[in-house]
Design a protein around this ligand. Structure first.
Ligand code: NAD
Length: 302
């Protein structure tokens, strides 16, 4: 099998490339190293340092005619999307359309898109299902939602098979302390430089943390499953920031300095995604418990 991974020099994309290569896939990476780093690149994959918005990216898809395209390349930083909405839209919307055009011309058999819980915006719900209305509260969430809709219309109009995966907060080795959902890497960075960890508000806000390798296995499961579906990739478990810090303290084996600071305006109090649909249609489930995943991330960061 032949696959293109866009964003293969990034956090999640590089883990996906590693796993695809282990499975014997011929892998091609498209990445312009905007936020990705060359040391993440697996030498077993052929790397193209190009922009997903460029004519070269589209031509490459046509030339390679891969079986699948995993589209992870993105502007994935919420704050940056607010500061620079047009850059965000260019990469996340125009870039996706450019790839979709290439995929249709190359008769790609599956387009697998990395989306986000940010498409829901600030909803007060204990557990979110895919049926929840989307109402993004950042340009990042909006550009991802628009990209999702382009994918669906490309499929309707030109028959391109797709699966959209909306991730919860992904964590693990190689994550940079920024971007979509990077609180674990932010905490690990503070530990590394021996600075107190900042807790916004009372620390009782909760998130659904999923280990990167579980996200990778969901992508691979989508190759032959869940055509035309939008699925949430998560653990379905609410973890408070206080609990996260306690777990890190156990791993660190010494007290961790913390600094309580006011909550940030617009911060979502609770975010937990149901994974029932993904488990059913991908024949997949998350395998790595929080403490084990944190341990892997900790070892790599220190
Ligand atoms: P990342 O920033 O580590 O990876 C993104 C990659 O895309 C980088 O290697 C970057 O260099 C590349 N890229 C950016 N703009 C590009 C362009 N114009 N042309 C070519 N390459 C470009 O981010 P990540 O955390 O690995 O996220 C991967 C995907 O998963 C993104 O689509 C993101 O929106 C989505 N996602 C991530 C999380 C999370 O918790 N990390 C949560 C939800 C969704």
């Amino acid at each position: 099998m032949k696959a293109i991974v866009t964003g293969g020099a990034g956090f999640i994309g590089s883990h996906l490339v590693d796993e695809l290569l282990l499975k014997g896939t011929e892998v091609y990476v498209i990445d312009n190293l905007n936020s990705g780093i060359s040391s993440n690149l697996n030498p077993g994959a052929k790397f193209y340092n190009i922009d997903i918005c460029s004519p070269q990216a589209k031509s490459l898809i046509k030339e390679l005619r891969p079986d699948a395209v995993f589209h992870l390349a993105a502007q994935a930083d919420v704050g940056r999307s607010i500061r620079n909405p047009s850059e965000d839209a260019k990469i996340n919307i125009d870039g996706t359309i450019n790839l979709l055009e290439g995929c249709v011309e190359a008769s790609v058999r599956k387009f697998i898109f990395s989306s986000t819980s940010a498409v829901y915006g600030n909803i007060q719900q204990d557990i979110i299902t895919e049926k929840e209305p989307t109402n993004p509260s950042s340009f990042y969430g909006l550009s991802k939602l628009v990209a999702e809709n382009y994918i669906k219309l490309f499929s309707e109009l030109f028959g391109l098979p797709f699966t959209i995966l909306r991730y919860a907060n992904v964590y693990g080795p190689r994550q940079q302390p920024k971007g979509d959902g990077g609180v674990v890497s932010v905490f690990l960075e503070r530990l590394k430089i021996n600075e107190p960890i900042q807790i916004h508000g009372d620390g009782e806000q909760t998130r659904d943390f999923i280990f990167v390798k579980d996200v990778v296995s969901a992508n691979i499961a989508a190759l032959n499953n869940a055509d035309g579906m939008t699925l949430q990739i998560s653990t379905g478990k609410s973890i408070s920031i206080n609990y996260l810090l306690e777990s890190l303290t156990t791993i660190h084996k010494q007290p961790i300095l913390r600094e309580m600071v006011p909550s940030r305006t617009g911060d979502i109090k609770h975010s937990c995604l149901s994974n029932e649909l993904a488990k059913k249609h991908l024949n997949w489930h998350p395998l790595i418990p929080l403490k084990e995943g944190l341990h892997h991330a900790y070892i790599q960061s220190i």
